[in-house]
Design a protein around this ligand. Sequence first.
Ligand SMILES: Nc1ncnc2c1ncn2[C@@H]1O[C@H](COP(=O)(O)OP(=O)(O)O)[C@@H](O)[C@H]1O
Ligand SMILES: NC(=O)OP(=O)(O)O
Length: 311
Amino acid sequence: MGKRLVIALGGNALGNNPEEQLQLVKETAKSVVDLVKDGNDVIIGHGNGPQVGMINLAMDFSANGGAGTPSMPFPECGAMSQGYIGYHLQQAIQEELKKAGIDKECASIITQVVVDEKDPAFEKPSKPVGMFYSKEEAEKIQKEKGFTFVEDAGRGYRRVVPSPKPQRIVELNVVNQLVGHGNVVITVGGGGIPVIETEEGLKGVASVIDKDRSSAKLAMDLKADMLVILTAVDRVCINFNKPDQKSIAEMTVEDAKQYIKEGHFAPGSMLPKVEACLDFVENNPNGVALITSLEKAKEALHGETGTIIKK
Ligand SMILES: Nc1ncnc2c1ncn2[C@@H]1O[C@H](COP(=O)(O)OP(=O)(O)O)[C@@H](O)[C@H]1O
Ligand SMILES: NC(=O)OP(=O)(O)O
């Protein structure tokens, strides 16, 4: 019998620029529709780090030096990234569904996610956005714009922004209704547009929520059978990138916590994924989480690869 799956798509599903994204989403759509063909209900979350950084930088350049366009706040840039990524993804998925002769619709919901304005993450930017820079370029932009940069795993310097935890998915009810009618829904794009609750209503805040955490929250709220995190590796490893690297087929919550203590999962890449899985599995009586590659999603759901995290 089919399962209700919440899928979180990683950076390799989308690429770094519009041309790349338009090509890559065709492959992404095939992997997603393979799961629909197997009879599963699929709900999709995705990242936006490169995209929101690119949009913000372009809007900032245009406003402050280029074309004199109005200044564009960061949450609006997040909303633009959801729209632009959702457009490419839904178009590709609609096309694949049609090719497969599956009578289902696919659409993206612009999704807001409430965060706590007192979240300590606002004091400590940690989420990489936009492109990679050399040390000199990063220092120059830091001086000009006051952005914070960090060195990212030997790959260069990247701007970081605060990444508060998701508290509530504002459009949850409409997502639930669309899913209930058998539609493929794209939601919590880029982790959702971060908003805080004020006396005047919801207000966007300059930050980027981790999409794996928001997808875990979505999976809990929708009582999904499985949280599926699709990234660039088939399996989670211990001693990653070391001579004694070992891939893990299955880990319990206790195993995962022990591996975290031992420092096996890199902060900013695999650690938030494993933590999101733990969050889902610990708070959902029958929930199981799976981390695997986009290409191997179907095989992993058939138990042929991937890392399962369960109670
Ligand atoms: N212990 C580990 N096991 C497997 N991959 C790991 C581990 N630690 C770090 N990684 C790296 O984490 C990457 C996934 O994180 P990231 O690139 O941030 O994901 P995404 O963009 O798909 O959300 C993998 O491609 C791999 O290079
Ligand atoms: N919002 C988010 O988690 O984006 P990335 O996956 O691109 O970092």
